[in-house]
Design a protein around this ligand. Structure first.
Ligand SMILES: Cc1cc2nc3c(=O)[nH]c(=O)nc-3n(C[C@H](O)[C@H](O)[C@H](O)COP(=O)(O)OP(=O)(O)OC[C@H]3O[C@@H](n4cnc5c(N)ncnc54)[C@H](O)[C@@H]3O)c2cc1C
Length: 497
């Protein structure tokens, strides 16, 4: 394949998605790519989230690349530091550092119709030109700070889980955790034994299923190292299991009762105090918000130094948190476990496509893309983990890997056939999304709760309303007839390859 500088490819972001794309391009013999990363190091989610207890909530053997399987995972659910090390090892093994521009934020992108290329502005002032852009900017990157009056008046230490202050000692302190979502349920049991007093502020009680995390024995690691096929089979089994459980999580159907019953049984086994159990019981349909997994979150509330507050927060004072009942909860440290701004709410930075149309404009009524990857009016732009590609029940990476393969097919075709631009046909994209939103009505996410998955108008542009295997089969082939494929004008060349 070609290493032609005439076919430069820009990968934006060096998290799982960007790194996966870089590995696959390199393995396909396409070396003319550069990975732009706004932070000083690779890793994305797993670089930024270093809070105590942070770990994946999909088994590590599925939450890793199929083409970079790791026989040495130490736990069924690897902690963040181990996942970050895995990504660092991937970058080292595939010698990706020469392709990486860290501390470089892409700040704007403009499509040049005549030349058939993207012009990218960077924070370093470097002007980048790329024939193809692969956007791997992530969906859960920027912390969401709650709009609580007095947030800036607190006299103690206040920080977000995704920006953990390791310089703030918690031992013996009075600590508040605001939020009871995916990060909170990992932080709360991890810090409770060390802090003096822990007050957890809950707006909505989440559905929680048993995690059954465990140490992976040396024997199993050796077996996986010696017989990689065995690990692949195990990976498939884990994936198959998550797919089998999928409809319980994502369908608005009587099946969700199975999940509810399992979770309530788990609650009963975790908490003896009936009043506490009542407060921790969710009041919305199973699956409507993200289903969480934990073995130690619920039991933590039976500790003497832990309190659950279900009154809503009125304000933050210099001394602590005041709830709607007028009680002031005096604390030394406030931890905001309040999640992330959804990366798909708008374009990650100004992106101007064909005819001067911006991505924000195209996404005014919600982010849409064909198969979550390509947008009409934005040629040669491939999004990884774009609109409607998030799973509710399995590993994100299953989707990401297939998206990388799809983009790779297009890139290979463009190089081989001397193609200037590929742009998904508007009617193809619209028909796909109309079908998707129709299916969305039958999902648990649309069963009436308020969640970060939903736009203000109730539409869901975040998640895929089906099985992962179904999505993956659907993106197996890049089909030229679904795209406007623009050849190079005579005399121009796409590549020397
Ligand atoms: C705490 C936490 C736990 C999670 N656990 C799981 C799990 O168990 N299973 C699962 O499937 N998913 C999980 N997720 C979702 C997780 O985000 C994805 O699985 C995956 O890590 C996303 O990888 P990514 O490369 O798409 O995005 P990210 O990891 O977010 O990486 C995006 C990268 O792009 C960079 N970037 C952004 N904008 C720019 C720009 N303009 N210019 C240059 N660089 C830019 C960012 O700095 C970042 O490094 C979790 C998320 C969080 C926050």
């Amino acid at each position: 394949m070609s290493n032609a500088p005439e076919f430069p490819i820009a990968i934006i972001g060096a998290g799982f998605a960007g790194i996966g794309a870089a590995i696959q391009l390199k393995q396909a013999g396409i070396l003319s790519f550069t990975m732009y990363e706004r932070a000083g190091e690779i890793g994305g989610t797993w670089r930024d989230n270093t809070y105590p207890g942070c770990a994946c909530d999909v088994p590590s053997h599925v939450y890793s690349f199929s083409f970079e399987q790791n026989p040495n995972w130490n736990r069924a659910y690897a902690p963040a530091a181990e996942i970050q090390q895995y990504l660092l090892d991937c970058v080292a093994r595939h010698r990706l550092r020469p392709h990486l521009r860290s501390n470089t934020t892409i700040t704007a992108a403009r499509w040049d119709d005549g030349a058939g290329e993207w012009h990218l502005d960077t924070s370093t002032g470097e002007a980048v030109t790329a024939r193809v852009v692969i956007s791997g900017v992530g969906g859960l990157v920027d912390p969401a700070y709650p709009d609580i009056p007095g947030l800036d008046r607190f006299a103690g230490d206040l920080f977000h889980t995704a920006r953990w202050r390791h310089d703030v000692p918690l031992a013996g302190k009075r600590v508040a955790v605001v939020g009871t979502g995916a990060s909170a349920i990992q932080v709360v049991p991890s810090i409770a034994p060390a802090v003096g007093r822990l007050v957890v502020f809950q707006r909505t009680a989440p559905w929680i299923m048993p995690k059954r995390d465990r140490v992976i024995s040396e024997h199993t690691k050796q077996l996986f190292a010696r017989f990689p096929g065995l690990q692949t089979a195990y990976r498939w089994a884990l994936f198959g299991l998550s797919e089998a459980m999928g409809p319980i999580v994502f369908l608005d159907s009587p099946l969700s009762k199975i999940g509810e019953r399992g979770s309530l049984r788990h609650l009963e086994q975790s908490v003896r105090d009936p009043e506490l159990r009542r407060k921790l019981t969710p009041h919305f349909q199973f699956g409507c918000k993200r289903v969480l997994i934990s073995d130690d979150y619920w039991p933590t509330f039976e500790r003497d130094n832990v309190e659950l507050v279900t009154e809503s927060i009125r304000e933050i004072t210099p001394a602590g948190i005041v709830t709607a009942d007028g009680v002031e909860h005096a604390v030394d440290v406030i931890v905001l476990a309040t999640g992330f701004k959804l990366g798909l709410a708008n374009a990650p930075f100004p992106v101007t496509g064909a005819g001067g149309r911006t991505l924000d404009d195209a996404w005014r009524d919600g982010a849409v893309a064909y198969k979550g990857m390509t947008v009409s009016g934005f040629p040669n732009w491939f999004i990884l983990m774009g609109p409607n590609t998030g799973p509710g029940h399995t590993s994100v990476l299953v989707y990401t890997e297939h998206q990388i393969q799809y983009a790779l097919q297009a890139i290979r075709m463009m190089i081989a056939e001397d193609v200037k631009a590929v742009e998904v046909k508007r009617e193809v994209m619209d028909a796909y999304n109309a079908h998707l939103q129709a299916r969305m009505k039958r999902t648990a996410w649309n069963s009436g709760c308020k969640s970060w998955y939903l736009n203000p108008d109730g539409s869901n542009h975040a998640l895929y309303p089906g099985f992962a295997s179904e999505y993956c089969l659907g993106v197996r082939h890049f089909k030229c007839d679904e795209y406007h494929v623009v050849p190079q004008a005579p005399g121009e060349t796409a590549s020397a390859g």
